[in-house]
Design a protein around this ligand. Structure first.
Ligand code: SF4
Length: 183
């Protein structure tokens, strides 16, 4: 249903993707994409962000920039362990950066869409994102971890929306036993 699904956040580097992903916790991806070009024109590098007073900008981004500069020489690290030491980056953000910017499948991105749809499709009985991710990692083959999340997120936006999913149009209708199905 979603061939070629990819990350909706505009970015030119792992750092830009990290910032966009942190911002996406606050608003829609569309809104993030409107804001980031101006932001990166004003602050081109992590060191530029690190020098900003946190009050003048999202605190988590300044904190992330300072960590990237002080601990990783201005380069966004490539391991889950290191990424989790960056303020504002939990497993979801780390998985987005590793998967989309570096092509490293360390886990499965679990955002609100993935969590909801994994539950609707009986791929998990959990709602805690870390547990949902563990369940998905057992079911989804590792070479699909990155694309799976992109596809499910698109599905969550297009059809399997939070309220009143559009089940009539959904190709998974025959396989889905979600309690809140609309058909
Ligand atoms: S049938 Fe409905 S609830 Fe099930 S996956 Fe499709 S849109 Fe979502």
């Amino acid at each position: 249903m979603y061939p070629g699904a990819t990350c909706a956040l505009t970015h030119r580097s792992p750092w830009e993707l990290l910032v966009a992903t942190i911002l996406s916790a606050q608003c829609t991806d569309k809104r993030v994409n409107l804001v980031t070009p101006g932001l990166f024109a004003k602050y081109p590098t992590p060191a530029d962000f690190a020098a900003v007073r946190p009050e003048a900008l999202a605190q988590s981004i300044v904190g992330a920039a300072r960590r990237v500069v002080s601990a990783f020489g201005g380069e966004v690290p490539k391991t889950m362990e290191e990424l989790l030491t960056i303020p504002g980056a939990a497993r979801k953000t780390a998985n987005v950066v590793l998967g989309t910017a570096y092509g490293i499948a360390a886990g499965v991105v679990v955002d609100t869409h993935v969590s909801r749809i994994a539950q609707r499709l009986d791929l998990t009985q959990n709602s805690d994102p870390v547990k949902v991710e563990q369940d998905l990692m057992k079911i989804v083959p590792p070479d699909h971890w990155i694309s799976f999340a992109h596809q499910i997120i698109l599905h969550g936006r297009a059809l399997c929306v939070a309220r009143a999913p559009r089940c009539k149009e959904c190709g998974l209708n025959d396989l889905c036993y979600a309690k809140d199905k609309t058909v």
